[in-house]
Design a protein around this ligand. Structure first.
Ligand code: HEM
Length: 543
């Protein structure tokens, strides 16, 4: 109880402090109310108390170890008298220490900090002319889902307030197997060639000597790869730190195939139905310091109080003919398909209504992969997407073990039947006594030829091409984003947040970044960022 009391005192101080600050600063930066974080009685802070209320004393019985044997003491190890040596035969103690030493999984190599919930997806509009995917067919059809929302480049212990793209992964447990969506708030992505992925990730990670985040490295990479300009602008735009208010975009084009085998290309967008709420710099610093898990808490609290967050799924559609005629590659993830040219159409609704029962089991062990596709949804030629289809399961074999798909949260609802066998921690019937090779004459499972991919023709020259010749188009999209999608006040805040970040980078890199990225959008925008940066530099170094 002392712990809970301390927590409450801490939370109360925080609440009073934040209220005073909000009154002082004004909280006119949102359409969605005050800071949605800890309050003295929020459900996340109360969870353990509620649990105890539902589980009467003594109902749990006495402790048994992992072998089911009764444990005589949880407070005293086995030793010689009260002061003599420990005895090695205290297997309870040794097992407890050994289990504790092995509690951590390696963190995800990217997107390690996250939280999530279960829920459902419901079809609201008929798109059967576009795809035969079963879970998208039939208005009213619902499919159970698991969602995990994460921070792109920050490590597991970072604050939910870090200015970083949010990842948003959704596993649909469909009758055709698991369909995984793994998107981002970023609209587009900073690179188009997977060869640059490790470099991109490292430039946003920690300095190899100081082990501290290094803004110079980040701006250096961004300056040298200008195709990421649109992504950059989005990241430095109004910052919806809270998971419930963020939109998530699939970024890549996917191919939809209908029951007649006709393909179209599509992009997925899940748009939050919650009022957008962004944080100013003071609020970010305040919440980050007080409650690094503010967004996890917010999602938990919303679901616990039946204020279920919802997102509308919309898709943009491009025909194969339109793709062929496009003057730039429609499969380039650094670009977007503009809404004016490819208006989005509604498909369904995602609702999160069930908090995980155990974070580790349900969220940390969850394994999403863009290669987990169902009939009716196929990859486009986007190279980044294809690299991702290989990368995630490779990472999961390392992070969770070769049989990670058998962990409860990753299991499909359909029975798994194939010729994979054995391996560490296998936890399914392993094919029993049936044949373990194919073809066989002994009634093992057979092929499903109707699940084959859409057939298409390709031709071209095999080469390695680091194509930058259409990067001007990325700046065109950046201009449209800034001057058409944002209003003057929003644009002003992009200028301010860019200036503040750039001011922390080394002089030659920050000046190069403004010259080669922001002046290239428009000289006027470049000048504004330059002035904002110089003002921030002066404020950081008053003398
Ligand atoms: C070549 C490009 C990329 C590669 C190689 C890559 C690789 C990875 C890897 C290895 C993980 C960790 C997987 C795990 O341990 O379970 C991961 C996580 C993730 N990535 Fe990527 N990624 C790439 C691009 C992207 C893009 C473009 C997006 C968004 C559109 C994205 C969204 C995510 C998300 C949401 C997660 C977290 C999944 C979860 O919640 O478990 N990634 N990525």
């Amino acid at each position: 109880m002392t712990g809970a009391r301390n927590m409450h005192t801490r939370v109360l101080c925080w609440y009073i402090f934040s209220t005073i600050l909000l009154i002082k600063n004004g909280s006119g930066n949102s359409q969605g109310g005050g800071i949605p974080s800890m309050t003295p009685s929020d459900p996340a802070s109360q969870q353990i108390i509620d649990w105890a209320a539902q589980h009467p004393a003594n109902a749990a019985g006495t402790v048994r170890d992992d072998q089911g044997c009764p444990v005589p003491s949880l407070t005293a190890s086995l030793g010689i008298g009260s002061r003599g040596n420990l005895l090695l035969q205290d297997v309870f103690l040794i097992n407890e220490i050994a289990a504790f030493n092995r509690e951590r999984l390696p963190e995800r190599i990217t997107q390690p900090k996250g939280h999530g919930a279960f829920g459902y997806f419901r079809v609201t509009h008929d798109i059967s002319s576009l795809t035969k995917a079963d879970f998208l067919n039939g208005v009213g059809k619902t499919t159970r889902v698991l969602a995990r929302i994460s921070l792109a480049g920050s490590s597991r212990g970072c604050s939910d307030m870090s200015r970083d793209a949010r990842g948003f992964a959704i596993k649909f447990y469909t009758i055709d197997g698991n369909f995984d969506f793994a998107g981002t708030t970023g609209l587009s992505y900073p690179i188009r060639d997977p060869m640059l992925f490790t470099d991109l990730s490292r430039s946003r990670g920690k300095n190899p000597q100081t082990n501290a985040k290094d803004i110079t490295m980040r701006w250096d990479f961004s300056t040298l790869r200008p195709e990421g300009i649109l992504y950059l602008l989005k990241i430095f735009s109004d910052f919806g730190a809270n998971s419930r208010v963020i939109d998530t975009h699939g970024v890549h084009a996917f191919k939809f195939v209908n029951k007649d085998g006709i393909p179209v290309f599509i992009k997925f967008h899940f748009l939050s139905q919650q009022p957008f709420r962004w944080y100013n710099d003071t609020e970010i610093a305040m919440v980050a310091g007080m409650d690094p898990d503010s967004s996890a808490r917010d999602l938990y609290d919303a679901i616990a109080t039946q204020n279920y967050p919802k997102w509308t799924l919309k898709i943009q559609v491009m025909t194969a003919e339109q793709a062929l005629k496009s003057h730039v590659s429609p499969f380039d993830p650094t670009k977007v398909w503009r809404e004016e040219e490819f208006p989005s159409i509604p498909v369904g609704e995602l609702v999160l209504n069930e908090n995980p029962v155990n974070y580790f089991n349900d969220i940390e062990q969850a394994a999403f992969c863009p290669g987990n596709l169902v009939p009716g949804i196929e990859p486009s030629p986007d190279r980044l997407l294809i690299a991702r289809m290989i990368s995630y399961q490779d990472a999961q074999r390392y992070r969770l073990g070769v049989n990670f798909a058998q962990i409860a949260v990753n299991r499909p609802i359909m029975q798994v039947k194939n010729y994979n066998r054995d391996g560490f921690m296998r936890d399914n019937p392993n094919g029993g006594g049936g044949p373990n090779y194919f073809p066989n004459s002994f009634h093992g499972p057979t092929q499903n030829l109707s699940a084959g991919q859409n057939i298409f023709h390709v031709n071209g020259i095999v080469d390695r091409v680091d194509y930058q010749d259409d990067v001007e188009d990325n700046f065109r999209l950046a201009r449209l984003y800034l001057y058409k999608d944002l209003n003057a006040a929003q644009r002003g805040r992009v200028v301010h947040s860019l200036g503040s970040s750039l001011a922390l980078a080394a002089k030659e890199i920050r000046e190069k970044a403004v010259r080669e990225l922001f002046f290239r959008i428009t000289p006027e925008f470049g000048k504004l960022v330059w002035d904002s940066m110089q003002a921030a530099v002066a404020a950081n170094h008053p003398n």
